[in-house]
Ligand binder design. Structure first.
Ligand SMILES: *[C@@H]1O[C@H](CO)[C@@H](O)[C@H](O)[C@H]1NC(C)=O
Ligand SMILES: *[C@@H]1O[C@H](CO)[C@@H](O)[C@H](O)[C@H]1NC(C)=O
Ligand SMILES: *[C@@H]1O[C@H](CO)[C@@H](O)[C@H](O)[C@H]1NC(C)=O
Ligand SMILES: *[C@@H]1O[C@H](CO)[C@@H](O)[C@H](O)[C@H]1NC(C)=O
Length: 318
């Protein structure tokens, strides 16, 4: 599967911007359309100079077809229990749950969901419910799977050790001005939020920060680990993300690296909820000029590519 390009499903893209793409509204997952938490976005449309983008859009899945189980097997039964435990725990404050069903034998299933740190309870619950429903569709009869959405992910496996390999996504557009400066600001900010996330305030290992790149533009960054990781595991996992970022996303306007236990992302437009951002050094969003600049030049949706590399496996015991 190395290098495979995964198309977006549902005609959506991860950079869904309600404010710029009203014509595409019919392609949104129904979960968004009919849920009350959409109203904060409507509020943003009307009142906010800097719109925040949050969507339940499906990003991609990875489920090796070498690991399959047969329907009605005891593995299926265990998996069903795991998925139902993940669903029923999706309102927990930490936005995270891990569970094991089985006695350690062949039909044992390990499972995790992780919601993005700024998700409201509604967003998290809806995203996990969607993910659980999508498992048999995206990864039919697979013993190992990871499914990513913008605001949550689920992972399960027959193995307790996570052989997660990095998945990279990037914006096809490049930074054109003052590239060295941009890269320095990005490195600096990433290194800071990786530490903040690893230290894990508020029961989450999550940090965001936005910084000025110049008078007109800001850089928005995010780092997150599953909160069960130690400081060291989280830190090492996120540093691996940063290393991967230089492979996939150098000089890009946006990039992400996703492991099952940690992930980072940056964009030059806001994509997380400032209100719920936990990083202590997060500056308030500016009320004036930058928004105009950002909206005038909306970023294109990112290309998606998976980089599978044996040398960059992150091994974290369950
Ligand atoms: C699975 O079990 C159900 C109920 O026992 C049965 O109706 C169905 O045909 C079985 N499916 C397979 C693929 O064996
Ligand atoms: C959460 O999952 C655990 C298993 O990991 C299960 O025992 C528990 O009942 C679930 N909690 C809720 C509220 O369903
Ligand atoms: C998981 O399943 C695959 C495919 O059936 C198998 O090769 C592997 O040994 C299993 N891993 C564990 C820990 O059971
Ligand atoms: C790059 O941007 C910074 C911050 O706006 C500025 O101080 C610096 O002079 C710029 N460098 C160039 C070569 O434009």
């Amino acid at each position: 599967m190395a290098g495979e390009i995964i198309p977006f499903s549902r005609g959506g893209n991860s950079n869904w911007r309600l404010i710029n793409a009203p014509n595409n509204a019919t392609t949104m997952p129904s979960a968004i359309i009919f849920n009350p938490f959409i109203f904060p976005f409507l509020f943003f449309l009307i009142s906010s100079a800097v719109p925040t983008t949050i969507s339940l859009d499906y990003l991609l899945s990875d489920c090796p077809d070498t690991t399959t189980f047969s329907s009605n097997s005891s593995f299926q039964t265990s998996l069903n229990s795991v998925l139902s435990f993940l669903s029923s725990n999706s309102t927990v404050q930490s936005g995270f749950h891990k569970t094991t069903v089985g006695d350690g034998g062949d039909s044992t299933v390990y499972g995790i969901f992780l919601c993005r740190g700024d998700d409201t309870e509604d967003v998290c619950r809806t995203c996990v419910a969607t993910a659980v429903e999508d498992v048999p569709v995206k990864c039919p009869n697979r013993k190992q799977a990871i499914i990513w959405y913008d605001v949550c992910m689920i992972w399960y496996s027959n193995a307790s050790v996570d052989y997660s390999v990095p998945i990279s996504l990037w914006n096809p557009d490049f930074i054109t001005n003052n590239v060295t400066w941009f890269t320095n600001v990005l490195d600096d900010t990433m290194n800071k939020i990786v530490l903040t996330a690893a230290m894990g305030h508020s029961g989450k290992k999550f940090a965001t920060a936005d910084v000025n790149i110049n008078m007109l533009r800001k850089l928005y960054t995010l780092a997150q680990c599953t909160p069960d990781l130690s400081f060291t595991d989280c830190y090492n996992c996120l540093m691996e993300c940063i290393r991967q970022l230089t492979n996939c996303c150098s000089e890009r306007q946006g990039g992400r690296v996703l492991f099952s236990r940690c992930n980072i992302r940056y964009e030059i437009y806001p994509f997380y909820e400032n209100a719920a951002a936990l990083a202590p050094d997060t500056a308030p969003a500016p009320a004036t000029a930058p928004a105009t600049d950002l909206v005038a030049a909306p970023p294109r949706p990112p290309a998606i590519s998976k980089s599978i590399s044996q040398w960059h496996q992150i091994l974290i015991a369950f």
